[in-house]
Design a protein around this ligand. Sequence first.
Ligand code: APR
Length: 232
Amino acid sequence: MSKQKIVVLTGAGMSAESGLKTFRDENGLWEGHDVMQVASPQGFARNPELVLEFYNQRRRQLMDVVPNKGHLALAELEQGFDVSIVTQNVDNLHEQAGSSHVVHLHGELFKVRSTVNENHVLEWKKDLVLGDTDDYGHQLRPHIVWFGEMVPMLETAAKITQMADIVIIIGTSMQVYPAASLIHYAPDQTPIYFVDPRPNIRSSDFNNLTVISKTAEEGVPPLVTDLFNSLL
Ligand code: APR
């Protein structure tokens, strides 16, 4: 019998207990930054050094953090289910925890790409500065989807979500589109579990929603245990 498909949609809250800032909580990443200055094509055109340094700082920080119990529990889930992680996060903590199918909607900090050809992507773990170019002499930029840019993986993510038997949403304020629209691709009767200490969702919006008002480390491992028990 084929395994049930579980689709897990994660946001910055998934990595909070690993020590990475979220965006919109107090003292969040966007505090003290003008999003359009550091996370938009216009900002990169206006002041590329500022943008490159913003992502260099985040990339350096990522070298020092490890997956938390929530990431590890999701990786374990693959023992009994066909799991796809669709993340808004640009860290690699799901992969580090052992999840084998991770779709990054907003790009990846440990990758860079040509400013001319978005499909020319390179692994990159050190600082990126002006003058770092691809083999054709084109400046490299963070492989991050900036505000106002298309989300190339959206269609893939939507198709995956449409096939879900179970959807789990963890640590996202559901404020950024199109990522936040993915929940609407889940088939009607699909059970949806929403894990967030300050959930930003209306139960009345969905007929099969369970809200778990806990952090990822508190809420995900017990949920994974319950899902395994449902297989017995
Ligand atoms: N465990 C689970 N959830 C948490 C935790 C935690 N320990 N700590 C905070 N949260 C929740 C918050 O309650 C909030 O709902 O995580 C969510 C974080 O929301 P945001 O900071 O808005 O992050 P996110 O939803 O991922 O932002 C989406 O916005 O700026 C863009 O591209 C950026 O991918 C990002 C997108």
